[in-house]
Design a protein around this ligand. Structure first.
Ligand SMILES: [Zn+2]
Length: 187
């Protein structure tokens, strides 16, 4: 896997002053957003792209709330958000919209993925190990509500898991319930 790396640049944001650096893996371009300087054991959030949630503010999921919570958290306590470009648990935007159309007919998020021929979750995390090693990070405190999401990050040690606290709404209540019941989420 050949990975191209950008320079590091400043990014003033509504959450605070961050540094960003991009990593290009084939046709996918990922982003590390971090607070400089990084601590020896930083808080790390691994966030997978969700265009409908992150950019449009969709209420069908909790992605934007999780992203905003994480950015605020690294602004307050230091750390890094790794923004992975694997839309729709890596089935891509077109398939995700098709999955939403099936959900409109009453299927849940897992059933919809299965009907389209995908697993409930197609995401992979090799690039995360690469990015953390690039920054010389050997130990992390992982910000996640899904303890099953990342059980192995190669040489990187997960010393602690920190929860993300967000609310629910009338549209994503069912989705959050399914994530808890079928996908091992804690919150
Ligand atoms: Zn989402």
């Amino acid at each position: 896997m050949k990975i191209e790396t950008s320079y590091s640049a400043n990014l003033p944001s509504r959450f605070g002053l961050f540094k960003i650096q991009a990593f290009k893996e084939g046709y996918k371009e990922h982003l590390a957003i971090y607070k400089d300087p990084l601590k020896e054991i930083p808080i790390v959030r691994i966030h997978s792209e969700c265009l409908t949630g992150d950019a449009i503010g969709s209420l069908k999921c909790d992605c934007r709330d999780q992203l905003e919570f994480s950015l605020q958290e690294i602004e307050n306590r230091g750390g890094m958000v790794i923004y992975l470009r694997q839309e729709g648990r890596d089935i891509g935007l077109l398939n995700k919209v098709n999955a939403y159309a099936l959900q409109d007919k009453g299927l849940d998020t897992v059933e919809a993925n299965h009907q389209l021929g995908f697993r409930a979750d197609e995401r992979t995390y090799e690039i995360v190990e690469y990015i953390l090693e690039y920054f010389g990070i050997k130990k992390i405190r992982l910000l996640t509500n899904n303890p099953k999401k990342i059980e192995n990050l190669g040489e990187i040690e997960i010393v602690e898991r920190l929860p993300i606290v967000t609310g629910s709404n009338v549209y994503n209540e069912e989705y959050l319930k399914i994530k808890k019941a079928k996908m091992g989420h804690l919150f």
